[in-house]
Design a binder for this molecule. Structure first.
Ligand SMILES: Cc1cc2nc3c(=O)[nH]c(=O)nc-3n(C[C@H](O)[C@H](O)[C@H](O)COP(=O)(O)O)c2cc1C
Ligand code: SF4
Length: 464
């Protein structure tokens, strides 16, 4: 099991240029310069590398979509926003091996003909931004970035840009808007960034971990990378394990590694006295797995899809038997309701409404019919993807799906997990409602439900 991303972590001075060079750093870039840009792209296509930001789109294919005929400059945006709850891998790559990322950026930019890259880093990552700025300065001084790199015709400027702390700025077009100085709100697609992205020019957006895999691919060849992992989910991936396990940490594993082993062996199992009840498999936006499903799950895109979930960003959160799924759902909804950028009605209204209903259920003010209402709301919020979403097997039926009703997939990213909690842990929600305070007379408004009534949802119905 080779370490591709974390091989240098913990080695002396791994965050400096000298430390990086001592471990074979920038050899991948030299290899790239011995090839034509198209051959570098082919090598990445051969590797089967898929984007590690969450969607898992094939990286080489994405690069080949760039509009190179327009005559406009091509930009690269490196997504270092890492805002998906449960995910903490990109910051470790930057902390411990910033030149790995810079080398990946340089190779990618050489392949796609980009001369100007921006690293968009989450505003709170102040320390990591400083590390990157220092690493960029070192790389320019060593002629690994900047003008006529290593004596070639290829020049590349890399700018580190700090965001201002909004989850939605991790979505690629929200990121581009924010980078341009606009509100961090996603754009309607098409046009896709590959055609019209930053400043209206062809743009490629890649995650930190995706680019960090590229130097190894160039050094060892795409075919060698494709032999690691599973046939469709190649290579290794950084997984982040949090929750009450004995050894919460990041782990680099071959794709296809059993989730059970990651939790029990690598992360040391649940803390004393706790049993695993459920597991968030790939960041908070992903449908949850039950403890039984964890036994069957492998850490690759296909295995997760077969279980009706996604590998996402690799942020794995263990949920103990003592934790209420109603609280978890309410907590999640409060985050998404706060972070919705507000452009689309199903997302803006739906996230707040789902949150208010869950607050009421948790506080003992739930009412019969609330679970059906929550489902209905979520069906209408799952509005981005066009057509049916067959991976959502556990819902049973796909109601209310028109598709194309929201600008980005954020709305679905709240609906998916909430519906998975409602279906897989329904009894906990039913019990919370059954324990609710007895009804009071018609017309009496109780705080928390007042907004639902004002939104016209159940005007005239009795309240508790
Ligand atoms: C709401 C939302 C938040 C996202 N947050 C991140 C993020 O923090 N980091 C990231 O790399 N990708 C994030 N993405 C995915 C990006 O839009 C994009 O697909 C990704 O950066 C592409 O890089 P990749 O192909 O290398 O994965 C997010 C997507 C959505 C819809
Ligand atoms: S789905 Fe939500 S986050 Fe995405 S653009 Fe619409 S309102 Fe904004």
């Amino acid at each position: 099991m080779p370490l591709i991303i974390s091989a240098n972590f913990g080695r002396p001075n791994s965050d400096t240029l000298a430390g990086y060079l001592a471990n074979g750093g920038y050899e991948g870039l030299k290899k790239a310069f011995s090839l034509k840009p198209g051959q570098v792209m082919d090598e990445v296509k051969k590797s089967g590398l898929r984007g590690r930001g969450g969607a898992g789109f094939p990286t080489g294919v994405k690069w080949s979509f760039l509009d190179t005929k327009s005559g406009k400059p091509i930009y690269m945006c490196v997504n270092a926003d890492e805002s998906e709850p449960g995910t903490f891998k990109d910051r470790h790559i930057i902390n411990r091996d910033p030149h790995l990322l810079l080398e990946g950026i340089a190779i990618a930019c050489y392949a796609v003909g980009c001369r100007h890259a921006f690293i968009y880093i989450r505003g709170e990552f102040f320390k990591q931004a400083k590390i990157l700025e220092r690493a960029v300065a070192e790389a320019v001084a060593g002629n690994y970035l900047g003008e006529r790199i290593l004596g070639t015709e290829f020049s590349l400027k890399v700018v580190v840009h700090r965001g201002a702390g909004a989850y939605i700025c991790g979505e690629e077009t929200g990121l581009i808007n924010s980078l341009e100085g606009n509100k961090g709100q996603p754009r309607i697609k098409p046009p896709f960034p590959a055609v019209s992205g930053l400043y209206g020019c062809p743009t490629v957006v890649n995650n930190v971990e995706t680019l960090a895999a590229v130097p190894w691919i160039l050094r060892n060849g795409g075919e060698a990378y494709a032999k690691i992992g599973t046939p469709k989910s190649t290579g290794t991936k950084m997984f982040c394990v949090s929750g009450p396990v004995r050894n919460p940490n990041w782990f680099e594993k071959d794709m296809g590694y059993p989730l059970r082993d990651l939790l029990n062996r690598d992360a040391g199992g649940m803390c004393e006295g706790l049993k695993l009840k459920a597991c968030i498999p790939g960041g908070s936006s992903m449908p949850i797995l039950t403890a039984d499903e964890v036994e069957k799950a492998n850490l690759d895109y296909e295995s997760m899809n077969a279980l009706g979930s996604f590998l996402g960003s690799g942020g794995i959160v263990a949920i103990p038997h003592t934790f209420s799924m109603v609280s978890l759902a309410r907590n999640l909804a409060s985050f998404y309701a706060h972070e919705s950028c507000g452009q689309c009605t199903p997302c803006r209204e739906g996230s707040g409404w789902v949150h208010r209903l869950l607050v009421a259920i948790e506080a003992g003010r739930g009412r019969p019919g609330d679970l059906e209402l929550l489902h209905d709301l979520c069906n209408n919020m799952r509005a981005w993807a066009t057509g049916p979403q067959p991976i959502l097997k556990w819902i049973g039926k796909d109601e209310g799906l028109g598709g194309g009703k929201t600008i980005c997939v954020f709305s679905d990213a709240l609906a998916w997990p909430i519906q998975s909690y409602l279906v897989k842990f329904r009894s906990e929600f039913e019990e919370a409602i059954a324990k609710a305070r007895p009804s009071v007379s018609v017309g009496q408004v109780v705080p928390g439900h007042a907004e639902q009534h004002s939104a016209g949802t159940r005007a005239g119905a009795s309240v508790h």
